[in-house]
Design a protein around this ligand. Structure first.
Ligand code: AMP
Length: 286
């Protein structure tokens, strides 16, 4: 069922809560692909009722980013959700979520601001304010849907870590379920932004997963020095790539690692033309 208003979602949620049903939420920005579908399937399996939100959240885009051209495919998204057994597709307008457009600055609107230690690095460094927008909208979605479980992909691992921290710090009664990255056979992590890539860009985009897989293989062979592991990346890069970061960080609190261990995640972001792609890999064994 496609719903556009908060009021209608609330009515349904109230009905389900009265019946004692468990509710799962999968927040998305739409243009759904098999990565999203893996979260949706997990949710449908685990919960009595599944809500998928489809909302391109304006306040998590920075000036100059792709808000206007972000792919919007609601009809196809709705069909995919229906086939997967989703109970509600919640697709609010920006006006429904942020009724007064002038309130979109945090001078006039209540924002949820995650700790600076988590947001001053990796994607937060170039996307200033991005995680404030993410935490604010996810908090709003939690208040609207009141889910028992919420499903997030490890594809956006910094986001996942920050949201877990928000839930813990603010005592939000929801359990976050992390879901593994879904990749194409080539290794490329699925992303709605892959739609922007030409065939040639896609070939160049394989550098992300190749770099990460190679680092993991080197780590498994006993190399733990981060400097040495980082150096293995450069042979995969050419002048079509603009590397934004390649960093080794703690899986729980994003602290920088000088020596890799099983609690390390390797994060990478690079640009191919105008398209910015991210990926990551955990070095945990077994
Ligand atoms: P988005 O629509 O990009 O905001 O993504 C919605 C959710 O799907 C987020 O929790 C993402 O981490 C997750 N997601 C996106 N791509 C993938 C993928 N390739 N594998 C697993 N989860 C993904």
């Amino acid at each position: 069922m496609l719903i556009h208003t908060i009021k209608e979602v609330r009515e349904k949620i109230e009905e389900w809560k009265k019946q004692g049903l468990t509710i799962g939420l999968v927040p998305t920005m739409g243009a759904l692909h098999n990565g999203h579908l893996s979260l949706i399937k997990k949710c449908v399996e685990k919960c009595d009722k599944t809500v998928v939100s489809v909302f391109v959240n304006p306040i998590q885009f920075c000036p100059g980013e792709d808000l206007d051209k972000y792919p919007r495919t609601l009809d196809a998204d709705e069909k995919l959700c229906k086939d997967a057994g989703v109970d509600i597709v919640f697709a609010p307008s920006p006006q429904e979520m942020y009724p007064d457009a002038q309130m979109m600055s945090n001078d006039f609107f209540t924002y949820v601001i995650p700790p600076f230690f988590y947001t001053d690095k990796l994607c937060g460094k170039s996307r200033v304010g991005h995680f404030d927008g993410v935490c604010t909208v996810v908090n709003k979605l939690f208040n609207i849907v009141q889910p028992d479980f919420a499903f997030f992909g490890e594809k956006d691992r910094q986001q996942l870590i920050i949201l877990k921290k928000m839930v813990k710090d603010l005592n939000i009664p929801v359990q976050i379920i992390p879901c593994p990255i879904v990749r194409e056979e080539s290794g490329l992590a699925l992303s709605s932004r892959n739609k922007y890539l030409s065939d040639n860009d896609k070939k160049n985009a394989l550098a992300l997963s190749k770099i990460l897989f190679n680092i993991k293989a080197c780590y498994n062979n006993g190399i733990t020095d981060v400097k040495a592991l980082t150096e293995t990346a450069y042979s995969y890069l050419n002048n079509n790539h603009s590397l934004e970061y390649l960093e080794f960080r703690d899986a729980e609190n994003l602290e920088e690692k000088k020596t890799a261990d099983d609690n390390t995640v390797v994060f990478i972001a690079l640009k191919i033309g105008d398209v910015r792609l991210i990926d990551n890999i955990s070095l945990a064994r077994g």
